[in-house]
Design a protein. Structure first.
Length: 287
């Protein structure tokens, strides 16, 4: 994404005009819940804790091999996109896989000033390093604490699961789904996954807890979960709101002074102008 001086001030002008005119000029965001997203259903009753998904994910994305010995409950970080943890529950030992949830209306995407973090039409939430200005608002806004920043890298990136977006574009399933030996992971259209989850719960009420985590949580997510125990026993946040978090900000533009809305655009313009200047200087030095 590039922007010259004229383009930058044009954007500023349009934004200011939009705010001045009022609601009718601002287009309402298209609802995400009606789009046919793809996702993954994780069935913890089928997971044996082999952690094949961790190893295959690391290999496919050029990340360090996960540790062979684990003790504490782990979170994803800048070196691993997914983790499998063990919890002692009311029904004994249960495993749970964690990664980016790929929300239907991601808070990280709504918070990103440059659209570096975005929801793709097929479902994955991906990060574009060429657009990122390093503000890390995506990290602060995510209710699942998914995006991680490479603090110790000379060229830091935001690291998280992208649901193997490149594989999906090639007509393949995410690598964790393909390599799960016990079929704990199922890839498909989100609405079909919800139907399958409900079918399993209905046909085996003694096995499953009656909840599909991610069906409505945070407005709905691409990763869905079924389990034998309530999800709070597995360290999952069960107190999230049912509507999406970006929905909280829909009235923001009409309730605050224009300067606070124009400020991100101003910062973006400064960032892009500085970036273009650096690129021009590098090209000149090479010549």
């Amino acid at each position: 994404m590039s922007i010259n001086r004229r383009g930058f001030f044009s954007v500023l002008g349009v934004t200011g005009l939009t705010l001045a005119v009022g609601k009718k000029t601002v287009a309402s965001p298209k609802g995400k819940n009606d789009v046919e997203f793809f996702g993954v259903l994780y069935d913890s009753t089928r997971c044996v804790g082999c952690r094949t998904c961790e190893y295959e994910c690391a290999a496919a994305h050029g990340l360090p091999e996960p540790p062979s010995e684990i003790e504490a409950v782990r979170k994803t970080n800048e070196t691993c996109n997914t983790v499998v943890n063990t919890f002692q529950t009311t029904k004994g030992e249960v495993y749970i896989k964690r990664q980016c949830m790929h929300c239907n209306e991601p808070a990280c995407g709504a918070a990103c000033l440059t659209q570096a973090m975005r929801k793709n039409e097929t479902g994955p939430v991906t990060w574009d390093g060429d657009k990122c200005m390093g503000c890390r608002y995506c990290m602060v806004s995510c209710p699942f604490d998914s995006p991680k920043f490479e603090y110790f890298s000379a060229n830091p990136k935001i690291q998280k699961c992208d649901m193997c977006f490149d594989r999906q574009k090639a007509g393949e399933k995410p690598v964790c789904v393909t390599n799960c030996p016990n079929e704990a992971l199922m890839y498909g259209k989100r609405r079909d996954l919800i139907k399958e989850a409900r079918r399993r719960i209905y046909e085996n009420p003694e096995l499953y807890n009656d909840q599909v985590y991610g069906e409505h949580d945070a407005g709905g997510t691409g990763w869905l979960y079924v389990s034998s125990v309530p999800f709070e026993e597995l360290g999952m946040n069960t107190k999230l709101q049912q509507s999406s978090y970006p929905a909280l900000t829909k009235g923001f533009l009409y309730s605050v002074p224009s300067i606070f809305v124009l400020l991100p655009t101003l910062l973006l313009g400064i960032y892009q102008s500085t970036k273009n200047k650096q690129l021009n200087e590098e090209d000149h030095d090479e010549q």
